[in-house]
Design a protein around this ligand. Structure first.
Ligand code: NAD
Length: 432
C-alpha cells in the first residue's frame, strides 16, 4: 500500500519505519524543520533503541515531506501528532485538528485516515463531522490507538499484544487491519468511540496499579512490612499479574499523566465524577512531594542544601523528559532553596527543558559532577548506570549527612546503609 504518516515522533516514526519494513511505500510528514532535516539526512531525531538501524535498513522505501498537505496520494494516512494536556487537563487537540484539516483538504478520494494519536472518546466522530464529511471525497476515518512503549518501541511495534481498529465502515477498518496482519497479533474490531476508550481505559488501569502499589508501599512503611515481598506475593496471583507493581515515586512521561487527566476531564464533561481516577492522579502527585518532604526532614530544611538528582528521563531507555518525576522533584527542591545538580545519561533537555528544570537546578555532564559535595542524592530513574555506580566512591564524594532517596527501589538498601548512607526508599524498612 501507499501509506502516509503525519508526525515523526516516537509513535509516528516507529510506525512509518515498521510499515516501510513490511514493504509499504511510506511517506512521512514532519512539521518541525529540525526534525525534518535530520530525517532527510537519515538520522532519527530522538533516542529510541534500535530505531536508527531499522530506519537505515528501509530508508529507500521512505520519503519525508514538510506537511500533511505535501504527502503523495495514499491508501491510508496515519495521524501520529502530539495530543498534550491543556491547562485544565483537557486534551489540546490543536495538532490533531490541523493535521486532519490538511489531510482532508488534499487527500485523494477514498483515502482512509487512521488516528494513532491518543484522542478522547468522541473526538473521532467530531473530526468526521467537522473535516472529513465536508470535504465530500468519501474519506473514511478509523481509530487505531497505539500501545507501544518508549524505550521498547521497536519491539513493541513488531510484537503488539493487540491491534485495535475502530471504524464506522468495515472496508476502511479492514484496510487498516491489513497493515498489521503480518504481525500476527490479536485484532479487536469495534466502533470508533470504543476504540478510543480502549486506549484511555488501558492507561488509566495501568496508572491505577502504580498508584495502588505506591499507597500499599506507603502503608508498608507505617506497619513495618516490606513492599518488595508484598508486591512479589501479590503478583504471584495470575488474576493480578506481576507487572506494574513496582513501588516508587510514581508515573510520568508523555502518556499516563496526560491521558489520566484527559479521561478524568472527559468523564466530568459528560457529567460523571470519576472518583477513583481522580484519586489515582492525586496519589501520583503526592508521591513526588513525599521525596521532597523526606529530604526536608532528613536535611533539617532544604534552603542552601546541596542535592543531586539522578535521572531526568521519565524512565530508563528513553530521552523523554515530559512530566518526568525527576525533573519535577529537581524543580521542587530548587524552589525550596536547595542547590540542585541533575544528571541523566541520555535525557534530551532542550533549552526549553533546561528552563523547566528551573533557575536553582543545573544539569551536569557526569554522575561524579552531580554528587560531588552533595548532602543528599535522589535516584529518580532506574538507569543501569545508577544501579552499577560505585556507591562507595559516591559516598566519599558527598558531604554529611549522606542521605540517599532511592525513588525507584533499585538499589540494595542494606549495602547502602553499610556504606554509611542514610537510605530511604518507598515501602522498604531499611534506614528506619
Ligand atoms: P511527539 O510529540 O514525539 O511527536 C509528534 C510529532 O508530530 C512532532 O514531531 C511534531 O512536530 C509533529 N507534528 C505535529 N503537527 C504536525 C503536522 N500538522 N504535520 C506534521 N507533523 C506534525 O509525540 P508522540 O510521543 O509520538 O505521540 C504521538 C501521539 O501518540 C500522542 O497522541 C500520544 O499520546 C500517542 N502515544 C504516544 C506513545 C509514546 O510512548 N510516546 C505511546 C502511545 C500513544
Amino acid at each position: 500500500m501507499h501509506v502516509g504518516v503525519v508526525g515523526a515522533g516516537y509513535v509516528g516514526l516507529v510506525a512509518a519505519v515498521g510499515l516501510a519494513a513490511a514493504g509499504h511505500d511510506t511517506a512521512v510528514a514532519e512539521a518541525d524543520p529540525a526534525k525534518l532535516a535530520a530525517l532527510r539526512e537519515g538520522r532519527v531525531p530522538f533516542y529510541e533503541p534500535g530505531l536508527q538501524e531499522w530506519l537505515d535498513s528501509v530508508a529507500a522505501r521512505m520519503t519525508f515531506v514538510e506537511s500533511a498537505g505535501s504527502l503523495p496520494p495514499c491508501d491510508v494516512v496515519l495521524i501520529a501528532v502530539g495530543t498534550p494536556s491543556g491547562p485544565s487537563g483537557q486534551t489540546d487537540l490543536t495538532q490533531v485538528r490541523q493535521a486532519v484539516r490538511e489531510v482532508a483538504a488534499t487527500a485523494r478520494p477514498g483515502t482512509v485516515v487512521a488516528m494513532k494519536s491518543t484522542v478522547p472518546p468522541g473526538t473521532g466522530l467530531e473530526l468526521v463531522r467537522a473535516y472529513l464529511e465536508p470535504a465530500g471525497r468519501d474519506l473514511a476515518y478509523v481509530s487505531n490507538p497505539e500501545f507501544l512503549r518508549e524505550g521498547k518501541a521497536v519491539d513493541d511495534w513488531l510484537h503488539p499484544d493487540r491491534v485495535v481498529v475502530g471504524a464506522a465502515e468495515p472496508g476502511a477498518g479492514e484496510r487498516v487491519a491489513e497493515l498489521y496482519r503480518h504481525l500476527g497479533a490479536p485484532l479487536l474490531m469495534t466502533d470508533i468511540t470504543s476504540a478510543e476508550m480502549v486506549k484511555y481505559a488501558s492507561n488509566a488501569l495501568l496508572a491505577t496499579k502504580i498508584s495502588f502499589i505506591n499507597e500499599i508501599a506507603n502503608v508498608c512503611e507505617l506497619v513495618g512490612a516490606h513492599i518488595d515481598d508484598v508486591a512479589r506475593g501479590v503478583g504471584m496471583d495470575p488474576r493480578l499479574g506481576s507487572h506494574f507493581l513496582q513501588a516508587g515515586i510514581g508515573y510520568g512521561g508523555s502518556c499516563f499523566p496526560k491521558d489520566t487527566r484527559a479521561l478524568d476531564f472527559t468523564a466530568a464533561l459528560n457529567g460523571y465524577s470519576f472518583e477513583l481516577l481522580t484519586a489515582v492522579i492525586e496519589v501520583n502527585r503526592r508521591q513526588r512531594i513525599r521525596v521532597v518532604q523526606r529530604l526536608h526532614e532528613a536535611l533539617g530544611g532544604l534552603a542552601g542544601r546541596s542535592v543531586a538528582v539522578l535521572g531526568l528521563s521519565f524512565k530508563p531507555g528513553t530521552d523523554d523528559t515530559r512530566e518526568s518525576p525527576g525533573v519535577e522533584i529537581a524543580r521542587m527542591l530548587a524552589g525550596a532553596g536547595a542547590e540542585v545538580r541533575a544528571y541523566d545519561p541520555v535525557a534530551r533537555l532542550s533549552q526549553e527543558a533546561e528552563q523547566v528544570l528551573g533557575p536553582g537546578a543545573r544539569r551536569t555532564a557526569t554522575l561524579a559532577e552531580a554528587v560531588a559535595g552533595a548532602q543528599a542524592v535522589v535516584v529518580a530513574t532506574e538507569w543501569q548506570e545508577f544501579r552499577e555506580a560505585d556507591w562507595a566512591a559516591v559516598r566519599r564524594a558527598m558531604e554529611r549527612p549522606w542521605v540517599i532517596f532511592d525513588g525507584r527501589n533499585c538499589l540494595d538498601g542494606e549495602a547502602m546503609e553499610s556504606l554509611g548512607f542514610t537510605y530511604f526508599a518507598v515501602g522498604r524498612q531499611v534506614g528506619r
